[in-house]
Design a protein around this ligand. Structure first.
Ligand code: OW7
Length: 404
């Protein structure tokens, strides 16, 4: 007779006392990410009473498990079961099936590769013109002059909003991404202006404000067909203006920073400009512009021998997963020769970035314009980080573009 094997008693999660939202960690999160991965598959952050994951396997598994790791209680620290959200929740980001399905089914085809085909030629021309302008200057800031300037020249036009007030887009996004974190100094600094900025954004989502041929109008046409309601349409337009600007700005800055730190990779791209797509994905893996999102446990969930209790928030460290040595060889290298597919920088599962084809198209146009004209991208001053509770970002990247 053998005794039945007792079920292993869940052990408490290891504690991690560092604050992932402190200025020091935000400025350089790599040491924290290493600690997080080494501490275990899931840890507890007592300062916020949340759990956190930094290993690729568990982050990936949780992202595809929307039933047990919900988004509908918010993907920031704030738990919508207990706290009032600072703005009406996103119908895409902050919902679960079945509510998530209609908005996603409407937006997906509007931003799909086939729908974007007609934009490539003009977006490439804008990139070519911008890079030609920049080549006449001795030094430029790769953040403001390129990574910000390019998306702002193409994306708001594609959505179909008027020119007036576009300077609100970046501050709105910056505050929105800060607001997914704790109510720290970064959030406080945005509060005096956010009401005005957010009401401007909301006003751009109305049908009569939008051009007849943009992404925004296509969303309103879906409401005419009855695929979504008239009340849902403006909120889905708001998602474009929320998620479509800062993300692409910081992703383009990330790929430029990658080439700045690995000049040999720039020569690889110049020889094979078709590697631009892979280079962009590698930058999303390597820098992970959207570093973190939370999920909420819908039941007691057992992960790696510890229980995450129902209703608790879990900080999913996309940036740490994308540099997990258990998954990636030489993870800290920006290497456009590797296969970066499977990175979680665009998320994974049913919430995976619906705008990724727009982002890829923007980045490809910028990289193709540069690869055809620029022999070398050289540092021309100290790079300066921009701190944000969610985004890994640059404030300034002074560079010299050496003409080919
Ligand atoms: C939205 C990059 C993740 C986002 C981010 C911020 C806002 C929204 C979506 O996607 O409003 O849907």
């Amino acid at each position: 007779m053998t005794a039945p094997i007792p079920a292993r008693t869940p052990a408490p999660a290891p504690l991690l006392h560092d604050d992932p939202f402190s200025d020091d960690v935000l400025a350089d999160p790599l040491a924290f990410q290493h600690e997080l991965r080494e501490a275990g598959p899931v840890v507890h952050l007592p300062q916020y009473d949340v759990f956190a994951m930094g290993r690729y396997a568990e982050v990936h598994a949780a992202l595809v498990d929307w039933q047990r790791f919900q988004s509908g209680a918010g993907v920031g620290l704030s738990n919508f079961r207990k706290e009032q959200p600072w703005r009406p929740p996103s119908l895409l980001l902050e919902t679960d099936p079945p509510h998530h399905d209609a908005p996603r089914d409407v937006l997906g085809p509007i931003l799909a590769p086939r729908a974007l085909r007609g934009l490539r030629e003009s977006w490439q021309a804008v990139a070519d013109e911008l890079v030609d302008e920049l080549l006449s200057r001795d030094e430029i800031d790769a953040v403001t002059d390129l990574a910000e300037a390019y998306p702002l020249r193409v994306f708001p036009d594609a959505v179909g909003i008027p020119r007036e007030g576009r300077e609100n887009l970046l501050p709105y996004g910056d505050h929105l991404f800060n607001a997914f974190g704790p109510d720290n100094g970064l959030v406080q600094k945005g509060k005096p202006t956010i009401v005005a900025t957010a009401s401007w954004v909301d006003a751009q989502c109305r049908r009569d404000v939008l051009t007849k041929d943009g992404f925004g109008a296509a969303i309103w046409e879906a409401a005419d067909r009855g695929d979504i309601t008239q009340a849902q349409a403006p909120l889905i337009v708001r998602s474009l203006l929320s998620a479509g600007v800062d993300t692409t700005v910081h992703a383009i800055a990330a790929v430029l920073h990658g080439f700045l730190t690995a000049p040999d990779q720039w020569q690889v791209l110049r020889r094979s400009p078709s590697a631009a797509r892979i280079a962009f994905d590698e930058a999303i893996r390597w820098e992970t512009p959207v570093q973190t999102f939370f999920r909420t446990a819908t039941t007691d969930v057992l992960v790696g021998g510890t229980v995450i209790p129902d209703g608790h928030k879990i900080l999913m460290f996309l940036g740490a997963a994308n540099r997990d040595p258990r998954r990636w060889q030489d993870p800290d290298a920006f290497d456009i020769g590797r296969d970066p597919s499977g990175h979680v920088g665009f998320g994974m599962g049913l919430h995976q970035c619906v705008g990724q084809h727009v982002a890829r198209l923007e980045a490809e146009c910028v990289l193709h314009a540069l690869a055809a004209r620029v022999r070398a991208i050289e540092p021309a001053g100290e790079p300066v980080r921009h701190l944000n509770n969610t985004l890994r970002a640059w404030e300034s990247l002074p560079v010299r573009l050496v003409p080919a």
